[in-house]
Ligand binder design. Sequence first.
Ligand SMILES: [Zn+2]
Length: 361
Amino acid sequence: MDKQQQIELVKQFSDAYGVPGFEQDVIKLYRDQMAPYGTTTIDGMFNALTARHGNTGDRPVVQMDAHADEVGLMVQAIRPSGLIKFVTLGGWVPTNVPAMRVVVRNKRGEYIPGVVATKPPHFMTAAERNQVPTIAGMSIDVGSVSSEETINDFAIDTGCPIFPDVQCSYDDQHGMFFGKAFDDRVGAAALIDTFDNLKDDQLKVDVVAGLSTQEEVGLRGAYVTARKVDPDLAIVYEGVPADDTFEPDWLSQTRMKGGPMLRDLDTTYIANPNFQQFAADLADELHLPYTRAVRTGGGQNGAAIGYWKGVPTIVVGIPVRYEHTAYNFTALSDFQVSSQLGTEILRRLDKETIESFNRVD
Ligand SMILES: [Zn+2]
């Protein structure tokens, strides 16, 4: 895939709407992009699994994972004023929610623009100005003046999903994307790019790519995909939070333009150390930049897949600034190097190598 195709791919995935449980647009895009490389099936949670062309069925199975969903919101109820009371889907900090532009998918499947509204400053008491806002105290305004209008005319009611509305742009001079949902749409795009890299390769393993859903509400899709794929090994492409804007250099473990982050630890997961070192050694051999990360927070699909029969799993993380807000940065070079590392790992895997990761002596 050339650079221009990679840029377009990341932009399309970033712009697609897909909060947990409502990932259809992202899955549709993924299925169409994957069509040249494999056969995709979709289940009732909208998890998409792509068996690579060339799989034989009698070799070790590698599961490549990324997740389709982004953090978002959902309509809980319509207030008497016509404003929308909502809940969060995934981990938001309340201070990052007000004044965000959103779209609500109404009951007819139309996208209605709106904004997260709070009480105007003119009406706040001194005490209110210093308070941290709560989600329960916020509303979304779509320009309606009554609950009847919101429900009957806008066709918005309980259960409608709400998406951050941001259009992705790419700054060619600095090699930087600016948009939403790079957690984990850069991972989804990397699955496509990796399969494209391998289109003429004869591998020694079968590969199944899984774009799983509902990660942001507890890795739910990946628990299902792991059982279906029943892999012998897994590689997770994840848009991971960059720490280089606030950590000192010596402690920064996920940097923009620093290459993929190989995660040793987070609150859900410990990487298989043999596989992890294999990946790090390979990056060294190929002179690819990377970091390793020990995290005291966060979790990702590697946990859900690893819990299925304890298969060796690593995370190849693509650094993203300001995850779990509507406005993120991510670098094209980090996307490219991550996909390259994943590709080169797959080219080197065989039965013996995979079994060596499970050895204790
Ligand atoms: Zn993620």
